[in-house]
Design a protein around this ligand. Structure first.
Ligand code: MOS
Length: 762
């Protein structure tokens, strides 16, 4: 870890030396390490005698391997071994060994386990060589004889096989029971909408490819640099699959180049790299190719139907939301798609339904705002359709049905400043100048339209441990096995600790990304600040109290008779709140107390009894301007305003980055991203950056982020609720609604490509 501490402590101009306050903009403490290339990612760690593994993927979608011909590959100079299910080292046989901490119900995929092929692109062999080039070339020479069976990869052709999944996943909430009588209310209402939605498969495309470098020590200890959202989850998985004791495996993910769900579960390159390292008793690195990034979890293809009914004044009478999504043959990947429709708008009759269809694909995986990205999209486009049917402004319809208590259950919200999001967002955007009628503004060859949508996401808190060590020179090191996937964890945790201890940011280092550090949850669900941040605040409070006790014990101490409440930590000192001159520098206090280092540990457990009484959510209001070329159908999103209510914002700079990143991804969901399958082959065909479209700078125009004031001490002691996924939710719906407003064409499937815009649907 010393390398890391040095990199993080390198002088950085904008780290500043003044007091640090949360709620202000602070540049990333790891920014310099990243832009100067000091930050090492999973595939960049060196090791003596490193071997390189390249994965060979299945050409067939389903079947049984009859034979594998590895002779040509083995004949390539530099090739060390070709691992297949026939010669791999022993791995565990029980399902439980393969269950990582976020595994859904079912039987997890086991790479190179047996001769069974369950999806196209499945890893069937690992070629290991002295060089990457030799391994890559030899991998192209491995051939298979596969006894193929018919496969099904098309959701729309298999909807009749939909079933209700078992709710066996930590944190997964199945749809609640129906409220009221939705069908009767729908039938009786004067104004109604009944719409079907389709969302195609999306694949994770972080710039950093999935990679694992397994460095084997002489004693057999494995240090694994893995691209993951949890070093401890990967450590746990490797230990279980290979039967290795905890002290024989250390996983590190010091820097992660984007993950956003793809790194929640260990990916197969990890299993294969460890397999090869154990088999060959040497260090091994496996990096997936960009094509192979399309051979593991993806955002699932989903079809939805939303029925809404209202009185003529806009009062909602019925909400009915159904979703059918795909999963793999082996696991029930579940996400919360429809439940949001019971949390947003006041309504007496709500019916929600969620089903799965097993397709011959790899198990889907979470992708930023999993479930909400689809579910809120459908609800919010349907709300726009209802608004037009009512001849009402879409924002007025939302305000008319604003929920002050949770509609689907008898609970209050822990906090909900959504109304402020609507008001501030609309004002900043200039929403009141929007004509009600679509197709009413044209500039040059482009139709101009404005759309809006609501966003919602969970405000979660898990449990975490943290430790803090104050050194005699006044430097503080706080640790927890958290992860920074680029979201700013290093920075915000250091800020929380620096503020608590009254130290300049440059004297505080937050250590993360090592499985041997105190337990932290997986970085997912936008919960790291509420969870790890609260653990950091907790451990610092313990440190404060211990320091205070030491101060009281000093001979002639001015603090001897004061209460802890009466002191504060500021400017590198412990001092009286009311009399700042009565102060002792922490360095002097450490020295006078004979302390070289002072360590505290803390376990942060959420107050579940209190939290359970409230529905804990973050909200947003998104306003979008699009320009649609009447001849080409090209859509440009020229302006976005996103107003966010997510509790106290700890670092306004990195939080803004999270929201703008979410907006970009939302625009991407709306206009660009889709993995196209050739169902005859059961394979995704556009598996590269050329044909799988993501936005480039030219696609992204003005983005305006507003944080409305919220302070939620029910979700976390910091007042924070977590900010990340909420940036994406609702964006694609707002784009869809803006396209409708520009053109009068209602598009109910994503991505909304020019062919759909010109064709008028669906
Ligand atoms: Mo979260 S699905 O890990 O962005």
């Amino acid at each position: 870890m010393t390398d890391l501490i040095e990199a993080l402590q390198a002088p950085v101009a904008d780290r500043g030396t003044g007091p640090v306050r949360t709620g202000t903009p602070v540049s990333r403490v790891d920014g310099r390490a990243k832009v100067t290339g000091q930050a090492k990612y999973a595939a960049e760690h060196a090791a003596p005698d490193l071997a390189y593994g390249v994965v060979v993927s299945s050409p067939a979608a389903k079947g049984t391997i009859v034979s594998i011909d590895t002779r040509a590959a083995l004949a390539v100079e530099g090739v060390v071994e070709v691992l297949t299910h026939l010669n791999r080292p022993k791995i565990r046989s029980f399902d439980i060994a393969y269950k990582d901490m976020t595994a859904p119900a079912g039987s997890p995929f086991r790479p190179l386990y047996d001769n069974h092929v369950m999806y196209s692109g499945q890893p069937l062999a690992l070629v290991v060589a002295e060089t990457f080039e030799a391994a890559r070339y030899a991998a192209s020479l491995v051939t298979f004889e596969i006894d193929e069976e018919p496969h099904g990869t098309k959701l729309s052709a298999n909807l009749d096989r939909a079933y209700k999944p078992k709710p066996l996943k930590a944190g997964y909430e199945p749809p609640p029971d129906e409220k009221g009588d939705t069908d009767a209310a729908f039938d009786a209402a004067p104004v109604k909408i009944d719409a079907e939605f389709y969302s195609g498969v999306e694949h994770h495309n972080p710039m950093e490819l999935f990679a694992s470098t397994v460095i084997r020590g002489d004693d057999g200890h494995l240090i694994i640099h893995d691209k993951t959202q949890s070093s401890q989850n990967s450590r746990w998985y490797v230990s279980h699959v290979f039967g290795l004791p905890k002290n024989k495996v250390t996983v590190r993910n010091t820097y992660v180049g984007g993950a956003f769900g793809s790194g929640l579960r260990p990916q197969y390159q990890l299993t294969l790299a460890v397999m090869a390292a154990l088999h060959l008793k040497r260090s091994v690195r496996v990096v997936l190719t960009r094509q192979q990034m399309f051979t593991f979890g993806h955002r699932p293809e989903t079809v939805q139907r939303v029925k809404l009914a209202a009185e003529r004044d806009g009062t909602l009478r019925a909400i009915w939301h159904q979703a059918i999504a795909e999963t793999s043959p082996i696991e029930d990947y579940v996400e919360v798609v429809v439940n949001w429709s019971g949390l947003l708008y006041a309504c007496d009759n709500i019916k929600l339904d969620y089903k799965l269809v097993k397709l011959d694909q790899y198990t889907p995986i979470d992708m930023r705002a999993p479930g909400a990205a689809h579910g809120v999209h459908a609800l919010e486009v349907a709300m726009d359709e209802l608004a037009y049917a009512l001849k009402m402004d879409p924002l007025a319809l939302r305000l008319k049905n604003y929920a002050d208590r949770v509609p689907i259950e008898d609970k209050p919200y822990s906090s909900k400043e959504l109304r402020a999001c609507y008001e501030l967002g609309a004002r900043r955007f200039g929403w009141d100048r929007r004509p009600l009628e679509p197709r009413s503004r044209k500039e040059g060859t482009e139709w101009v339209g404005w759309g809006m949508a609501t966003g919602v996401w969970d405000a979660m808190q898990m449990f975490a441990r943290a430790s803090a060590v104050l050194h005699a020179d006044g430097k503080l090191v706080v640790s927890s096995a958290a992860t920074d996937i680029g979201t700013g964890t290093y920075t915000v945790m250091a800020m929380i600790a620096a503020e608590a201890m009254g130290l300049p940011l440059e004297d505080v280092t937050f250590q993360l990304g090592d499985s041997t550090l105190p337990v932290a949850p997986i970085e997912g669900g936008s919960s790291h600040v509420t969870t790890v941040g609260s653990a950091v605040a907790g451990v610092c409070e313990k440190l404060q109290k211990t320091l205070f006790k030491h101060a009281q014990k000093q001979r002639g101490s001015p603090f001897a008779d004061v209460k802890f409440k009466a002191v504060e930590f500021a400017g590198g000192m412990l001092r009286l709140k009311e009399r700042h001159e009565t102060a002792v520098p922490l360095t002097a206090l450490m020295n006078d107390s004979g302390l070289v280092r002072l360590e505290e540990k803390y376990l942060m457990l959420p107050n579940m009894l209190k939290q359970r009484k409230f529905r804990r959510l973050v909200h947003s209001a998104v306003f979008v301007e699009v320009r649609v070329d009447e001849q080409t159908g090209m859509v440009r999103v020229t302006r976005v305003t996103s107003a966010i209510a997510a509790g106290r914002i700890m670092n306004t700079k990195t939080a803004t980055s999270q929201i703008t990143g979410g907006i970009v991804w939302g625009i991407s969901q709306a206009l660009h991203e889709e993995s196209y399958a050739d169902h005859r082959l059961g394979r995704f065909m556009n598996h590269n950056y050329a044909e799988y479209h993501v936005p480039v700078n030219a696609d992204i125009h003005a983005m305006d982020v507003i944080f409305v004031e919220e302070d939620d001490r029910i979700v976390s002691r910091l007042g924070a609720k977590g900010v990340g996924e909420i940036g994406l939710v609702g964006v694609a719906a707002a784009v869809s609604n803006a396209i409708w407003h520009a053109t009068g064409k209602r598009l109910r499937s994503t991505p909304m490509t020019p062919d759909k815009v010109l064709g008028g649907g669906p």
